[in-house]
Write a protein that binds this ligand. Structure first.
Ligand SMILES: [Zn+2]
Length: 456
């Protein structure tokens, strides 16, 4: 019998990111579809990944060291495990020692057949910079985040529908909260979609802030975790637990699962490594991914979304294959391999310097905290809490050698594609869709012609 674990984490200022429950649902679905069992969940909410002093993470490590059989650990993304390279690497070693296979759902690497060394290399490279994530986060996750961000949280004195703000306290609004309950119960009945709920509410003469209900009012009510009594972090953190829930956590989670299952046909889980890379030959805007579904097949493209442009559509698979072949040819020469290695090394060094700075800041604030505690300015509880936020980070070290990188490129596995694709800065094409230039970050060369770049 195999054991399935899952770990999800959000940090304090993560309100624009994918929530704990969304991360868990993603892990849970994969666990059920691949292994037919529920995962054992470990979770940390509102805690930085820079420290390993996280209760959920600590129990996860304990659970792993007590394992008697092989296991899988599902995470939404590698950086959920840690934001600190050394913590992540140490954790991977622990997993290896206890036959735990770490599976990251948003990153197509490394495959389960990859060697432990290759995995560690991948994890280090993932930490290089946030840009690295660009190519590996699938389109729907990104748009989900943008949606949450665009929806925003609560600005100023505006509180969520269903509540009212009275003398700084969030109280139930009796009429509106009845409507929220109604929306949830209609949706949970399984017989109502968004449109029918809007219809039904308006027919009953119910209103949303004195206006007829609109579709987006209903969708936002059904996706707002606040109704479970939890304010999802951010500036309203001080209200946590200070107001009443309108629906139970279970009801809320069930709604999210129904929503996910209904929208699954529309979702595109493919990674688009060339998004924001290919330049439109007409208007020079970067092309956007697009999926079209017909009854028979799914078509994926990169296309120009500029409405004023005459536009272009390029088949995803074909262009990716062409870019890939060119890139691989280029990096088969020792000289260009050196350049790539130097560039990766430079980026890692920058990252390390940045971490060193943060560490120094943390040291300083730690000292000032001790001073504040001694002078009685803060309580010992507040001191402890603040201290855990400034835990000292260990310096990461680059353990990939140039030779390992060369081996990985020669072995031609997916990991290299991801690494290099993430380094792409620009792909130029002609109006007849042939590639005329490929530029990699840090290399002032057009990969196609080997010419030195003459851009400014
Ligand atoms: Zn265009």
């Amino acid at each position: 019998m195999v054991v399935i674990l899952s770990y999800d984490r959000t940090s304090k200022n993560d309100q624009h990111k994918v929530s704990n429950s969304a991360q868990f649902n993603h892990c849970r679905e994969n666990s059920i579809s691949r292994h037919g069992i529920e995962p054992l969940r470990f979770s940390d909410k509102g805690i930085s990944g820079g420290t390993d002093q996280r209760p959920g993470f600590q129990s996860l490590q304990r659970a792993i060291s007590e394992l008697k059989e092989p296991a899988f650990l599902y995470v939404w993304r590698y950086d959920r495990i840690a934001r600190n390279v050394n913590v992540a690497l140490k954790f991977l070693d622990l997993c290896k020692a206890h036959q735990v296979e770490v599976v990251s759902l948003s990153e197509p690497l490394p495959s389960s057949t990859a060697s432990h060394a290759l995995k560690k290399m991948a994890v280090q490279l993932l930490f290089i910079n946030a840009d690295m994530q660009r190519s590996i986060i699938s389109e729907n996750v990104t748009s989900g985040m943008a949606y949450r961000r665009s929806k925003g949280m609560y600005i100023g004195s505006q509180v969520a529908y269903g509540y009212q703000l009275k003398k700084g306290k969030v109280l139930l609004d009796s009429v509106a909260c009845e409507n929220v309950r109604l929306i949830y119960s209609l949706y949970l009945s399984g017989e109502y979609g968004y449109k029918r709920i809007v219809q039904s509410l308006n027919e009953q003469g119910k209103t949303y802030r004195n206006r007829p209900f609109k579709l987006h009012n209903v969708t936002s009510v059904l996706s707002n975790e606040i109704y479970t009594g939890i304010i999802p972090g951010g500036q309203f953190g001080q209200y946590e637990g200070a107001f009443q829930a309108i629906v139970t956590n279970e009801e809320f989670q069930t709604v999210q699962r129904i929503k996910q299952s209904r929208s699954s046909n529309k979702k595109d889980s493919e990674a688009y490594p060339l998004r924001k890379c290919i330049e439109c030959p007409y208007c020079h805007r970067k092309l956007t991914p697009k999926m079209q579904k017909t009854e028979r097949a799914v078509h994926r493209y990169y296309y120009c979304a500029n409405v004023e442009c005459q536009g272009i559509f390029i088949n995803k698979e074909q262009i990716e294959q062409k870019v890939y072949t060119n890139v691989m040819n280029f990096f088969s020469s020792e000289d260009s391999l050196d350049q790539l290695y130097q560039e990766l090394d430079r980026q890692l060094t920058n990252k390390k310097n940045l971490q060193r700075k943060t560490q120094q800041q943390h040291k300083r604030s730690k000292k000032s905290l001790v001073d504040q505690l001694e002078s009685g300015e803060i309580t010992s509880a507040a001191f402890k809490q603040a201290l855990s936020a400034t835990s000292t980070e260990v310096q990461p070290t680059l353990t990939i050698t140039r030779e390992e990188l060369r081996q990985a490129i020669l072995a031609n596995n997916g990991i290299v594609l991801t690494i290099i694709m993430a380094q792409l800065e620009k792909v130029m094409i002609t109006t007849s869709k042939t590639i005329k230039g490929i530029y990699v970050r840090g290399l002032l060369t057009n990969l196609l012609e080997g010419k030195t770049d003459d851009r400014k």
